[in-house]
Design a protein around this ligand. Structure first.
Ligand SMILES: Nc1ncnc2c1ncn2[C@@H]1O[C@H](COP(=O)(O)OP(=O)(O)OP(=O)(O)O)[C@@H](O)[C@H]1O
Length: 239
């Protein structure tokens, strides 16, 4: 579903992402972890088609995203770490705007908005202006907008920042449910707990290089033979 082949991004002489190859299968929940400046956001922005790689290839659902970017993007939703929303629009207007970008029919958008408002417990806020929203409400509407066109792949950068426990639970449950239904999820996070709780596979990036790819059983095995903490494993790997 997502395949990266020798993906490299240079900013001048600096190599931010260094020959990265990995594959995330259909329905897999992939967590992308690494220290500050490791190259997570740069990788995510290349997958989302926002920045061009220096070299390498990106495939989304088998589509070469560098050759057919529009087609690749039609399968994908990207949720940035600091999403931009138009302050003067209501949540509903914002969702109609996003649905329009994906060329959805008005009737279909209306149907989906009703379902998403209920699912994300957005309630009356859907008809209030975004400038009145809390961080958690913004994140709920952003994630609702990402689900609107039923993407096959969701790429999400740091989804839990600034969320209260209720909003965080709604976001986590939704992503997990989507992955169970077959949506491929590529999520960057600094939260080891969130990664451990949600992800089927965890990739660790350091200095632009993928230094480990772990499945739940690898983490369990390490925890059994060490101090019981994934944190210790992570710190040892990024030393
Ligand atoms: N437009 C740019 N020009 C120059 N350097 C950049 C640019 N964007 C990112 N970088 C550098 O590339 C490296 C990787 O940045 P990136 O934002 O991908 O890291 P990250 O793993 O997402 O970090 P964090 O966890 O702090 O968000 C950093 O050293 C950063 O300073």
């Amino acid at each position: 579903m997502i395949k990266l082949e020798n993906l490299t991004k240079k900013f001048g002489d600096f190599v931010a992402v260094d020959n990265l190859s990995l594959e995330v299968k259909p329905g897999e929940f992939f967590g992308f972890l690494g220290p500050n400046g490791a190259g997570k956001t740069t990788t995510i922005k290349m997958i989302a088609g926002l920045i061009q790689p220096t070299s390498g290839k990106i495939f989304i659902c088998g589509i070469d995203a560098l050759k057919e970017p529009e087609k690749a993007k039609s399968y994908l939703s990207y949720i940035p770490d600091q999403p931009y929303m138009y302050d003067k629009l209501t949540g509903r207007e914002f969702l109609y705007f996003v649905g329009g970008l994906f060329k959805m029919e008005k009737e279909k958008i209306k149907e989906k908005i009703d379902l998403l408002v209920e699912h994300f417990e957005i309630g009356k806020w859907i008809d209030k202006k975004v400038e009145e929203y809390s961080q958690g409400m913004k994140q709920r509407v952003i994630i609702a907008s990402a689900l609107l066109h039923e993407p096959r792949v969701i790429v999400i950068d740091e989804p839990m920042i600034g969320l209260d426990p209720r909003s965080a639970k709604i976001v986590k449950d939704t992503l997990k449910q989507k992955s169970k239904e077959g949506t491929t999820i590529f999520m960057s996070t600094h939260s080891l707990e969130v990664a451990e709780e949600l992800c089927d596979t965890i990739g660790i990036i350091k200095d632009g290089k993928l230094i480990a790819k772990l499945e739940a059983k690898d983490i369990e095995e390490f925890k059994r033979s060490h101090d019981g903490k994934f944190e210790s494993m992570f710190i040892e790997l990024i030393k």
